[in-house]
Design a protein around this ligand. Sequence first.
Ligand code: PHE
Length: 341
Amino acid sequence: MLERIEEIEQRALKDLAQAVDQETLKAWKVKFLGRSAELGEILDGLKDLSKDERPTVGRRVNEAKSKLEAAHQKRSEELRKDELERSLQGERIDVTLPGRMIPRGRLHPATQTLRRIYAIWADMGFQIYRSREVEWDEYNFELLNMPAHHPARDMWDTFYTTTPGMLLRTHTSPGQIHVMRERVPEPIRVILPGMCYRYEQVTARAEFQFTQVEGLAVGKNITFTDLKGTLAAFARRMFDKDVGIRFRAQHFPFTEPSAEMDIECFICGGKGCTVCKYTGWLEILGCGMVHPRVLQNGGYDSTQFSGFAFGMGPERIAMLRHQIDDIRQFWQNDLRFLEQF
Ligand code: PHE
């Protein structure tokens, strides 16, 4: 009998060494220390043994049981430690590695240019006025001195909507009428930034959607000198304090006289290059004295009031400042382009 106990003990210890996780350990415990385990059976059979044998066998069984229990306890701790070690190894963090870069957003180059333009005009006392992008033909053309079928309308290829007389504004100039009608008879100093649309073939130089910044000053005794001085001051701050500027005669139906302002090409310094197409000058805006009829359409008495207006393209200005050669870049949202600013 004692030999059998010895054999069970050896077998149990051997099995225990093979338990690899808590699961197999549990099964082992049931098998060797459970209610119907072999050692239990021997205890149950004690009564059938002789009086002399009983105490020795009983003691030996109990000894074996506590030995196995202690071994189980030890193995269980070992396994738990192993498991912890393994999970720590798996989750190991190398604190000396550099952190992952969080990509930072930045302002779109068109927005950056716009904000600079706003700041300069704000310093000169011009407020920002927002005007709608979907307009009536009346505001976009008629009230700006271009009746239906007027040939000057050809200067702006227009997106019309299915509603008769409703279109996408081709320039920010219709905003002039909105401001005047709202402010009359107060003097006005505003800029009107916003998106404009033209039914055009998209090329490197022309987009069908682009921003404009309109300017409007209305008051008493405003002259062409004020127009020139104000725009020259703007150009000196926007580009360079020594930048050369010139005004060329132009025609717009809503201003009289009208002009276009050029700045000296800052790529070649006026000597001539591909950017300025060998003229030495870059056109940046259209301008003029508000036409008396437009003043009247805005509700102002054109014998008492005068004013000047201008319209510039921020994308074009941004292209010049950053030497961007394709206007399509502005709306393609290619990060490789945008991240350069
Ligand atoms: N609206 C004109 C254009 O889009 C620009 C302009 C604005 C000219 C104001 C004169 C005065 O071309």
